[in-house]
Design a protein around this ligand. Structure first.
Ligand SMILES: [Zn+2]
Length: 76
């Protein structure tokens, strides 16, 4: 989940990235650069139950690893 601040010229600048799973803030490495995190976006299509919905979320590395570990079929 990203929080935005409105900068000059009305550009939307990300001010904070929060893990949707644990709620912790992703640490900034330097100005405008965050520690690596997982970002997903999905636009649900016509034949899904979520028709027309747009979902996106962010995960910190710890939560990403836990979720991936729970897969029956492991990542290579
Ligand atoms: Zn997390």
């Amino acid at each position: 989940m990203k929080e935005y601040k409105v900068a000059m010229q009305e550009n939307h600048v990300v001010s904070k990235v929060v893990c949707n799973c644990c709620g912790k803030e992703i640490p900034l490495v330097s100005d405008g650069v965050w520690e690596e995190y997982f970002h997903a976006e999905k636009s649900w299509g016509y034949f899904s139950k979520e028709d027309g919905r747009q979902d996106s979320f962010d995960l910190c590395q710890g939560c990403y690893e836990k979720i991936v570990e729970s897969f029956k079929i492991k990542l290579n």
